[in-house]
Design a protein around this ligand. Structure first.
Ligand code: AHG
Ligand code: MN
Ligand code: MN
Length: 328
């Protein structure tokens, strides 16, 4: 049986295609893939080792930190800080910027991540993921500055996610289309399984936590009613990566709007919404806050929250139209 195109081969071929490519992405994406393999191994034997459950501390957002949140965070840092192409790392699990240590070579990029997305699903065997963003540094000095991280999604140079589900996949874009790789655990290689992903222009799925309906601060209810009238079906996993990935492949829309409890929404711009918005636009879809394109939002702080409406272009346009109607 033919081996298929490994991630390594694909990255080398992509590098050849774009003369400007310096091989920095090849090393970074290879490092991300390595971290993904290690996390996948722990996720796939969770329950047999002491990696499940609550770490016994809260993160900067006041959320319970799961052991796997911290473990994944540490694995990404250990894997990426020696590669020599990063000047700093930001993470959902770290209050401030992590500066690359003195004994590691400093590079031209910064890396932002949600090391483990969907933490509430870890202990119950439902798909979870990791999400990442890569920006080119704006500053020139020895240390990364906040400005290097607070860049709008329009300036992303690469973004993607890993999903630890029925299989482990790496899905990423460097601005030349979206490509998906499936991990073959028997050889420890990511194999190209979804080349040039294009998301359907309209889907039959809408994903939203309707329990919060009475708290929504925008006219989201009008969209949900319209979606029902179009006979869309509701699917909501509670892991952003799992909901996004299903809708990316099948078509559909995911909404996490602002509500009275979270006036700016729950999801974080820099390492949840913007990287997925970059991916979905590369795949022919659309992402917005309901008011402006998601990639145009200017981050004010590392853990900036933002309402997110993302998925098939026609569905997101319809949601924006419903929200723009004044009558609630
Ligand atoms: P994280 O586990 O990284 O904190 O992210 C959880 C997020 C996201 O994955 C999911 O879409 C959302 O929380 C679910 O929120 P609700 O439980 O409020 O619906
Ligand atoms: Mn998350
Ligand atoms: Mn997380």
């Amino acid at each position: 049986m033919a081996l298929g195109t490994t991630l390594t081969r694909f990255l080398i071929e992509e590098q050849r295609k774009y003369p400007g490519a310096s091989g920095e992405f090849t090393s970074l994406l290879s490092g991300i893939a390595t971290a993904g393999k290690v996390i996948s191994r722990e996720v796939n034997k969770a329950g047999l080792i002491d990696i499940l459950g609550y770490k016994g501390k809260k993160n900067v957002h006041g959320e319970d930190v799961q052991k796997l949140d911290d473990y994944a965070n540490a694995i990404f840092i250990q894997t990426l800080c020696h590669i020599g192409h990063l000047a700093g790392i930001a993470s959902e699990e770290m209050e401030d910027i992590y500066h690359i240590p003195e004994d590691c070579p400093i590079g031209n990029y910064v890396f932002l991540m949600d090391p483990l997305d969907g933490s509430s699903n870890i202990d119950v065997n439902i798909s979870i993921g990791s999400i990442f963003s890569i920006y080119r540094r704006e500053s020139k000095g020895k240390k990364a500055t906040m400005a290097d991280f607070l860049q709008p999604g329009r300036k992303l140079v690469a973004a993607g996610y890993l999903i630890y589900g029925s299989s482990t996949m790496l899905v990423y874009s460097t601005g030349h289309g979206v490509h998906g790789f499936t991990l073959d655990p028997s050889i420890g290689e990511f194999i190209l399984s979804h080349e040039k992903i294009q998301t359907p222009k309209q889907g039959k799925i809408y994903s939203i936590n309707e329990a919060y309906r009475s708290n929504w601060t925008e006219n989201i209810g009008a969209y949900v009613d319209a979606a029902r009238k179009e006979n869309k079906t509701a699917r909501y996993v509670g892991s952003l990566v799992a909901d996004f990935h299903r809708n990316l492949l099948k078509g559909g829309i995911f909404l996490y709007p602002a509500d009275k409890k979270n006036p700016d929404g729950k999801l974080r711009l820099l390492y949840e919404a913007a990287p997925l918005a970059f991916i979905v636009e590369q795949a022919g879809g659309r992402a917005s806050t309901g008011k402006i394109p998601l990639l145009d939002v200017i981050p004010e702080k590392i853990h900036h929250r933002v309402p997110l409406i993302i998925g098939s272009e026609e569905d997101v346009l319809m949601a924006e139209k419903c929200i723009s109607k004044i009558d609630k």
